[in-house]
Design a protein around this ligand. Structure first.
Ligand code: PMP
Length: 431
């Protein structure tokens, strides 16, 4: 058995100062029955906790670290950048450089704004949609998560689904929540009905084209195509929230997989390579509504921060189609190994993976929306998660989250992970 003594002590201490002992809720391991691990360093695909336990890491800071931990070039570029100062509050060449790189990879971002988190990106995108269309209502999907701004915290996935009743959002003014219409994910009839009643009041539909905040659930082509058509017909905007799926579901994002061009896109996570970056962008005629070019206000003291821009540039510079082929092949292999382990242990398990995103549900499936996810056996998940941890595998500590692959995960890492799944299934059988 691994010892977590130092982490336990650190958690007691942090809990005196930080609510729940953490700065973001799912880190707390609350619903998997343990205390969180305190991490002291990461190297490639591995992380080390303060008790000196080593793990193969599939959380990867919840997605950003596509090049793994402490990538040599990223570290060197950041070291060079920090020596020149940490922030100027004035334009730098780095911002245009990152914008150009992003546009080359995701061409629908004809213009964009840099922010410091995914939450800011989506919050600003819906404000822009509301300003541009002169409409108040927005549509989101149940179990999709777009960060924690008021309008988007309604029926949200991720930590909200892990800890709360998703239909309640204490602190969100009722009047604001009233303008957020929610529909089941992948429900074509549901969204058609909403547009029939409210079509000319809807500023935008925001969607995770590949949902990753209730485990991985791909949107169906027909569903996303319907969203494109309905928004175009009614004069509202389609926002693809690719904070997670961007540079993850595919090099060029989920929009390249479906060949659907949204009006606006939000990015985060990988685009900052582990530093705080979010981006919202899209059609030039819409983005020109942002201040000071247009009337919709957006600002940020640290927006486009030079260190954050460097993290993004250094990461995107190293990404290419061949690297994705390798990472996706490894993800496919891992998913197949996990499926096989479940089959041979007669465990009802549904494994979903797209690009470098993967998750599994203790649920016979199919899993196409939040209601389906909720049928998963979360108690089994919690026990299984802790067994994986004991075998040196660090995965997302919730049934409602996604795991990731990095360029640094080796064949040996994957084989060890598949072995750990088999061993954990054996051990679950003995309980
Ligand atoms: N949108 C999506 C799709 C996300 O997955 C997340 C974070 N998991 C966010 C928005 C919010 O990003 P952040 O945590 O950087 O605010």
């Amino acid at each position: 058995m691994l010892s977590f003594e130092k982490s336990k002590k650190a958690f007691k201490e942090s809990s005196k100062y930080l609510p729940g002992g953490v700065n973001s809720p799912v880190r707390a391991f609350k619903n998997v029955g343990g205390d969180p691990l305190f991490i002291k360093k990461g190297v490639g695909s591995h992380i080390f906790d303060i008790d000196d336990n080593e793990y193969i890491d599939y959380v990867l800071s919840w997605g950003p670290l596509i090049l793994g931990h402490a990538d040599q070039k990223v570290v060197a570029d950041l070291q060079a950048a920090v020596a020149k100062g940490t922030s100027y509050g004035a334009p730098t060449l780095l911002e245009t450089e990152l914008a150009k790189k992003i546009q080359k990879i995701v061409p629908s971002l004809q213009m964009m704004r840099m922010v410091s988190s995914g939450t800011e990106a989506t919050m600003s995108a819906i404000r822009l949609a509301r300003g541009y269309t002169h409409r108040d209502k927005i549509v989101k999907f149940i179990g999709n998560y777009h960060g924690h701004s008021d309008s988007l915290l309604v029926d949200a996935g991720s930590g909200v689904a892990t800890f709360n009743d998703i239909h309640e959002a204490p602190g969100v003014p009722k009047n604001l929540a009233y303008d957020t219409l929610t529909v089941d994910y992948n429900d074509i009839n549901g969204i058609k009905k909403v547009f029939k009643t409210h079509g000319n009041e809807i500023a935008c539909v925001i969607v995770e084209p590949i949902a990753g905040n209730m485990g991985v659930i791909p949107g169906t082509r027909e569903f996303l195509q319907t969203l494109r058509e309905l928004t175009t017909e009614s004069g509202s905007l389609l926002i693809f929230d690719e904070v997670m799926s961007g540079f993850r579901a595919a090099f060029h994002g989920a929009q390249s997989l479906y060949q659907i061009v949204p009006d606006l896109t939000t990015l985060g996570k990988v685009v900052g390579g582990g530093l705080p970056v979010g981006v919202f962008g899209g059609r030039k005629d819409i983005m020109q509504w942002i201040t000071p070019e247009g009337p919709v206000y957006h600002a940020g003291t640290l927006s486009g921060n030079p260190l954050a821009m460097t993290g993004g540039i250094s990461t995107l510079d190293q990404l290419n189609e061949d690297l994705y082929k390798e990472m996706v092949a490894r993800t496919d292999y891992l998913a197949a190994g996990i499926k096989q382990a479940a089959v041979s242990h007669h465990v009802a398990l549904t494994v979903h993976h797209v690009g470098t995103m993967w998750s599994y549900f203790f649920n016979a499936g199919p899993v196409n929306n939040f209601e389906d996810v909720q049928k998963s056996n979360v108690d089994y998940f919690a026990k299984f998660f802790n067994l994986l941890l004991q075998h040196g595998i660090y995965t997302a500590p919730s049934q409602f989250e996604t795991n990731f692959m990095s360029s640094k995960h080796t064949k040996e890492d994957i084989e060890r992970t598949i072995l750990a799944f088999n061993t954990a299934f054996d051990e679950m059988g003995e309980r």
